[in-house]
Design a protein around this ligand. Structure first.
Ligand code: ADP
Ligand code: ZN
Length: 302
């Protein structure tokens, strides 16, 4: 059995198991690191010795480089108490298990690749549109990490100030994608929570346009094979078709592939695992940590 932790800005979802048919989960609110970690660690301790490794898919920004002195930490978050918190260290110290660490977006994508809407694909992207906009990318079968890790929510996209005079909510950039299209951006622009805007409201057309601009940029840079859109704001079924239509208009048949011309219904779709993608993907991270360790051992013996 493996342990998975989806570390989110509002809640931690923990799970023990082997997959979607066999997982026991629990949720704890994200308060201070001490209080939240106490609940998380007690949950895994109660499972005794069944768990072989823990995978963590975390909100960020995070330090993913094993050689770095800050490895395993949440770095520059404005979330009180969490900046520089050593999440991997805290888990490892008490549970004495191998710990794998990646972004929440990469973990959710890994879950979808194994059991969900990106099964069998070597190239896919997962984006969550909620309190923030975040995501993960799989390119040629590998999760993308890079210099730090991708920050898909902070793509810079065209902003027509005449059509939309709203300056955006990102504390770093103002009108980046997250600044213009996250749930809080919609709420600040229209004065009501995004979920209460009726389907015909002009806010949805603007939202679809901003998201489609971001998706086109990903499609042309990564040549990705599928884009999964999750998170609170995507709980609006009408939004998917609006985004696909705008995506097709913006791409203008330049990329010559059936997937982005005739199969947009699957190219841009909802995650199949819903809210469980992150915790399930974290189980996969844990499983990979165990097999990587086995390889290292085999290497040392040889
Ligand atoms: P988090 O980002 O904390 O993981 P969510 O993905 O649920 O949480 O995102 C929360 C955001 O999504 C809030 O800004 C909220 O207004 C918005 N939201 C939640 N439900 C809906 C809905 N049904 N339709 C549109 N927006 C929603
Ligand atoms: Zn930004």
């Amino acid at each position: 059995m493996f342990g998975g932790i989806e570390a989110g800005g509002t809640k931690f979802v923990c799970g023990i198991g082997t997959g979607p048919e066999d997982i026991q989960t629990a949720q704890f609110p994200t308060s201070s690191p001490d209080i939240t970690l106490r609940s998380v660690l007690d949950f895994f301790k109660a499972a005794g010795s069944q768990v072989q490794a823990i995978g963590i898919g975390s909100f960020g920004p995070i330090d993913l480089h094993r050689a770095s002195p800050g490895y395993g930490r949440i770095t520059s978050t404005p979330k009180p108490g969490w900046a520089n918190f050593d999440l991997v260290g805290a888990v490892r110290k008490e549970l004495h298990l191998p710990v794998a660490f990646d972004t929440d977006g990469n973990a959710a994508l890994l879950g979808e690749v194994r059991w969900g809407a990106a099964q069998g694909l070597s190239d896919a992207v997962y984006i969550t549109v909620g309190t923030g906009i975040g995501g993960g990318a799989l390119v040629h079968g590998q999760l993308v990490h890079g210099l730090v890790h991708p920050e898909i929510g902070h793509l810079r996209i065209p902003h027509d100030w005449t059509r939309d005079p709203f300056p955006g909510v990102c504390p770093y950039h103002g009108d980046c994608l997250e600044g213009l299209a996250s749930g809080p951006a919609m709420q600040a622009r229209w004065g009501v929570p995004a979920g209460t805007l009726p389907p015909g409201h002009p806010g949805w057309e603007l939202e679809a346009q901003y998201l489609a601009l971001g998706l086109v940029n990903l499609a042309v840079t990564l040549s990705t094979g599928r884009i999964l859109l999750g998170g609170g704001v995507m709980q609006q079924p009408h939004l998917f078709e609006m985004i696909r239509k705008e995506f097709a208009r913006l791409l203008n048949k330049y990329v010559q592939h059936d997937e982005v011309i005739d199969h947009l219904g699957r190219f841009i779709q909802a995650p199949a695992l819903g809210g469980r993608a992150g915790v399930l993907g974290s189980l996969v991270l844990a499983e990979q940590a165990v097999s990587a360790e086995a390889h290292e051992w085999a290497g040392e013996r040889a």
